[in-house]
Design a protein around this ligand. Structure first.
Ligand code: ADP
Ligand code: MG
Length: 594
């Protein structure tokens, strides 16, 4: 067994040396523990050869890259005294709470974070009574305690409420600069788990702890701005401010269209695969929701330029005559992975257990690239004597006609959207194994290296680490499935089968009527279970190949279907076997006893 830090080939097992450097933009904090207090200082972590091994260095670099390009644009808009532009992030964290006694009786939850078995509870989330109901008292006590612990660490927790599924809740801190929000998000997850333990509960951060009911996401709300200009995604009161806002919005639309594959890849994990596209979370297709009003404005721009260009003197129509934009333009859309919500975007695809660093690095970098593109166009036009407004109109028009197909305001859960998205040429990367190779494309390498966010080697290492994590996670789940099926579920089913058989024989001996329906059903499901166990066992003794991508593909193509077959038979048995013989806590118990 090697003890090593996942590094994707950046750091040999024998190369123990690495460097840390304080991140002075993220305040140190004091962590209380049973031994006393520990001073914690957020740091970057760099390899012996100078490459970033961490998630902090890239986010700092990406903030810098985005700032450099935003400055160019703000200068074009005539701002001279410009503060550093940063992105802000506010992550809504969803989670489940269950009684710890159940947790310890579920080896699958303990080792994989999700239930690998479990028939649906007769009552699920269909009444929405948990969502709209009061917070259970035991949970409220936990939430108040968690808020207090978070405040002590300087984390501004704010929103807390019940979520859709029974036993599911949400907490959202007040937004902060993205790198600070990223640190705080990690601490928040640790704190939730720690405080839940104190209250005799386990906090489940997995994206899909329970099949058949809603999973958990982490909606990353983000905006960009600075001290002098404020929020650059806030529609202004004047056409001039609106033009600036629209340029930043257009940059994001363009970036999401060009690099949708990357945005999909940075939320990819075996855990999130259970959630994306499952009609409760955004689909795996990355599109943008703008809302009616903003959509209308962009439509006007697209049309406005075309007609106005004939009448000299009114060329600026698409920009200068825009209606004032209201702060809350239009409805919200739950089904969109990337939604404009009035003064910010909400990236809804990230999973509940992941760091928000990856998503924020990708967002900052694609915005930087788009701002660079737009600034270059506008600088060239104005240098050649074109009026800024005319040039803006032209750029916005071009962006909307080229990238407008990423805008979708309809129902992302519908089957029609899958078909339409394909016709629009949008990617629909269903699994992690489909999505991660998006980090291995020439476009991704060029993007991240051009802006100094991740070198090709650093990016390749991330790709390798995420693939490896995927392959390992699926393998552990498959092993755990096999073990529980063989040593927990099959023995219970056999005991019940025997009890039924002995009972039937006794009744027959007494010449009493016997009904063997249950025995026959149990026997047939035991047959299905043992057959599925054999297939899974065989799958686990094989492997995908020498490369990590082959291992990952083996997971999705061979191990997961074999695990699913075992679960199907086991869940059927759960519905048949006498409750007092069933060895695992049921969905009903775990979800409703709090
Ligand atoms: P909802 O569930 O209605 O979307 P929440 O209050 O649960 O709203 O979460 C909204 C999140 O968005 C919070 O973390 C909040 O701080 C954050 N947020 C609000 N305004 C901005 C902004 N301008 N930039 C980034 N994040 C923001
Ligand atoms: Mg919320």
């Amino acid at each position: 067994m090697r003890l090593r830090f996942p590094n994707g080939g950046l750091r040999g097992t024998f190369e123990a040396r690495g460097y840390t450097g304080w991140d002075v933009t993220s305040p140190a904090y004091i962590l209380e523990n049973p031994n006393g207090n520990t001073l914690c200082i957020p740091t970057v972590f760099i390899s012996w050869t100078g490459e970033a091994l961490d998630k902090k260095t890239p986010i700092l670099r990406s903030q810098q890259a985005m700032n450099a390009q935003a400055q160019r644009l703000l200068k074009l808009f005539g701002h001279t005294d410009v503060d550093t532009v940063v992105s802000y992030a506010g992550a809504e964290q969803e989670y489940f709470l269950i009684d710890r006694n159940f947790y310890f009786a579920r080896p699958d939850l303990m080792s994989t974070g999700r239930t690998l078995f479990g028939a649906p509870s007769p009552k699920g989330q269909e009444f929405d009574d948990h969502y709209f109901g009061a917070i259970p008292e035991r949970v409220l006590a936990f939430m108040i305690d968690a808020d207090r612990e978070l405040f002590k660490q300087g984390i501004p927790a704010k929103t807390r409420h019940n979520e859709v599924a029974p036993g599911q809740f949400e907490i959202a801190p007040v937004f902060e600069k993205a790198n600070l929000a990223t640190d705080h998000q990690q601490l928040l997850m640790v704190t939730l788990r720690r405080v839940a333990e104190k209250h005799g509960m386990e906090c489940l951060l997995h994206e899909k702890p329970f099949a058949g009911i809603n999973g958990s996401g982490k909606h990353v709300n983000f905006s960009i701005g600075n001290g002098t200009q404020g929020n650059l995604l806030n529609p202004g009161d004047t056409p001039h401010e609106n033009a600036q806002f629209l340029v930043f919005c257009a940059a994001i639309i363009r970036g999401v269209h060009r690099y949708g594959g990357i945005l999909r890849a940075v939320v990819a994990s075996s855990r999130n695969d259970h959630r994306l596209g499952a009609n409760e979370a955004p689909p795996a297709i990355i599109s943008i929701f703008l809302g009616e009003q903003l959509m209308d404005v962009f439509d006007q721009i697209a049309k406005g330029g075309a007609t106005a260009s004939k009448e000299s003197g009114t060329l600026t129509i698409g920009v200068d005559t825009l209606p004032d934009l209201k702060a809350d333009p239009g409805d919200r859309n739950r089904t969109s992975p990337f939604a404009f919500t009035g003064n910010r975007f909400e990236f809804r695809a990230p999973g509940s257990s992941q760091s928000i660093s990856g998503p924020m690095v990708a967002i900052n970098t694609i915005i930087a690239e788009s701002l660079d593109f737009i600034a270059t166009e506008l600088e060239a036009a104005t240098d050649a004597g074109t009026d800024l407004n005319v040039a803006i109109q032209k750029v916005l028009e071009a962006i909307i006609s080229e990238h407008g197909s990423v805008v979708f305001n309809g129902d992302g859960y519908s089957d029609d959207w899958q078909v339409e998205a394909e016709a629009r040429g949008l990617l629909n990367l269903r699994t992690t194994v489909d999505a991660l190779p998006q980090l291995d494309t020439p476009e991704a390498k060029a993007l991240f290296s051009k802006y100094g966010v991740l070198s090709e080697r650093e990016l390749a290492s991330r790709y390798e680490v995420y693939l490896e994590q995927y392959a390992l996670s699926v393998t552990v789940e498959a092993r755990q499935t096999l073990e529980i099926a063989q040593t927990v579920i099959l023995p219970a089913a056999l005991r019940y089968q025997q009890e039924l058989a002995v009972g039937a024989a006794a009744l027959a001996q007494l010449s009493l009527p016997t009904n063997n329906t249950v025995l026959e059903s149990v026997t047939s499901e035991i047959g299905a279970l043992t057959a599925a166990i054999d297939v899974l066992g065989a799958a686990l003794s094989g492997h995908g190949g020498d490369s990590t991508i082959d291992e990952a593909r083996y997971g999705v193509e061979t191990l997961i279907p074999a695990m699913t077959a075992v679960r199907t038979a086991a869940d059927a048995l759960e519905r048949l076997v006498a409750d007092d013989l069933w060895p695992l806590p049921t969905y009903q118990e775990m979800l409703f006893i709090l």
